[in-house]
Write a protein that binds this ligand. Structure first.
Ligand code: BT5
Length: 242
């Protein structure tokens, strides 16, 4: 485990560590990130002392790479439930929600050496006590402490989270992981607008499959399978529509 008071991005440190031969289960943690990343070049906001930010090195079989996001989201959801949260959901593909707002983002990044998979970094940023006032995220984000109304010991939370990640990392290909993820998904059944890699898809999220892909039925009645993308629930919004 490597801990940093302040670092650019835990995912970057973990990717370097992986390329240098770091073993599965190694963890990079930071109290502050100066270049915390989301997907698609977006930034991750978390002042020092207010969040849990970590990256876990995993070495899954190639077929299970797409399952890493599921493992992260489910482990976070289980932590929240363990802490007493009642309203926990997963928004496809990588947000964990508490009381309908984003409490955590999961950022999986694979590293390849040519055709050979070196591993996958499972990055997670969990809001423990972030004050979102004036950040522009007041309406979309939430932190655990104010939501649950009690103090959260970040070290205890980290221990629990890592034990759940270990558990799921060992069973990435299992049906039980898929079931645990699917059960908490808030996306299925909703009208969605997806910024998929090959363009905008509008329709109704009908189902997910075992690979984590989202099946969207468009207005024309065609079912499109989306493996990666960005969605706005229930309305038409732009690329950063959360
Ligand atoms: C994510 O991206 O949700 C993945 C975030 C992963 C962060 C962790 S922290 C540890 C590790 N090291 C890193 O450098 N990253 C990972 P995405 O779906 O693209 O969402 C990003 C968007 O979420 C931003 O554009 C904001 O709108 C919003 N956002 C930023 N900070 C937030 C926060 N603390 N809570 C809720 N929403 C936030």
């Amino acid at each position: 485990m490597r801990f940093y008071q302040s670092i650019g991005s835990t995912n970057d440190v973990a990717l370097d560590w992986l390329r240098e031969g770091g073993s599965a289960g190694s963890v990079v943690i930071a109290d502050e990130q100066t270049k915390g990343r989301g997907r698609l070049g977006r930034s991750w906001f978390a002042p020092p002392g207010s969040a849990l930010m970590l990256s876990v090195l995993l070495k899954p079989p190639v077929d299970d790479v797409g399952r890493v996001t599921m493992a992260g989201a489910v482990a976070i959801a289980e932590l929240l439930e363990h802490l007493g949260a009642a309203d926990v959901g997963i928004k496809w593909p990588n947000d964990v929600r508490l009381n309908g707002r984003k409490v955590c983002g999961v950022l999986p990044e694979a590293a390849w050496d040519g055709p050979h998979l070196l591993g996958v970094i499972l990055g997670m940023g969990l809001n423990v006590r972030i004050d979102f006032a004036g950040s522009g995220l007041e309406d979309s984000a939430i932190s655990i402490e104010p939501a649950l109304g009690h103090f959260i010991n970040r070290l205890d939370a980290l221990k629990f989270l890592l034990s759940r990640v270990d558990e799921w990392a060992a069973r990435l290909g299992s049906h039980s992981l898929y079931a645990a993820w699917k059960r908490r998904l808030v996306t299925v059944g909703q009208p969605v607008t997806v910024n998929a890699v090959d363009g905008l898809v509008q329709g109704r999220a009908e189902a997910v499959d075992e690979h984590g892909a989202l099946l969207v039925r468009t207005g024309e009645g065609i079912v499109k399978r989306i493996v990666a993308g960005d969605i706005a629930l229930g309305e038409t919004r732009g690329r950063d529509g959360h």
